[in-house]
Design a protein around this ligand. Structure first.
Ligand SMILES: [Mg+2]
Length: 192
């Protein structure tokens, strides 16, 4: 492993976050707590956080799309991703870095305008490929060491929301996003 990079200063982090035009998330351990609930027929359940969901909807409404990139495959992820209106749901990607590269090409997004959040060793590849790498508070030590931004919250408990907030605040869109969510909540009752 290469020597750990020093963490960016607040200003450097904000500059990286302001450039982000696409958010990419690993699923297990990032949007969930990493628990995999099995029954006789295979995977039964995952637990997602509604506040993370709200944040991803908020980002989408503000023109900041999000995508999922996971090595595993589950109908549950497809259902949740569709519910949140995510831009792409990439599953079964054992090699995450080439999959991320293809995704960025498809969306015409340069790597420096992408943020990635992962929690385990197989996320180090995509993390080193983007302008803003991030992880939940309970990511493995190697990932915490590499990430530009380590969330205060754990995976499946608000870490994803912190990344959304960081990017929207850095680009001066947070207040507008809050106002938008307030209005859309009144209109639809349920958004995330
Ligand atoms: Mg994971």
């Amino acid at each position: 492993m290469t020597e750990p990079q020093p963490k960016p200063t607040k200003e450097e982090l904000s500059a990286r976050a302001a450039r982000v035009r696409l958010l990419v998330f690993d699923v297990d351990g990032v949007l969930t707590d990493g628990g995999l609930y099995y029954g006789d027929g295979g995977e039964l359940m995952k637990r997602f956080d509604v506040k993370d969901g709200h944040a991803l909807v908020m980002a989408r409404l503000m023109g900041l799309p999000a995508a999922l990139l996971t090595a595993r495959t589950s109908t549950i992820v497809e259902v949740r991703g569709r519910e949140l209106g995510l831009a792409a749901i990439l599953q079964g990607k054992k090699e995450k870095t080439p999959a991320l590269h293809d995704l960025l090409t498809q969306f015409s997004i340069p790597p420096e305008s992408c943020a990635y959040m992962g929690d385990d060793l197989n996320d180090l590849g995509p993390m080193s490929h983007v302008g803003l790498s991030s992880c939940p508070a309970d990511a493995v030590p190697e990932v915490r060491q590499e990430a530009h931004f380590v969330a205060q919250n754990r995976g499946g408990h608000g870490a994803a929301r912190e990344l959304v907030e960081l990017c929207l605040k850095a680009s001066g869109r947070w207040e507008e996003a809050v106002g938008l969510m307030r209005r859309s909540e009144k209109k639809s009752g349920r958004v995330g």
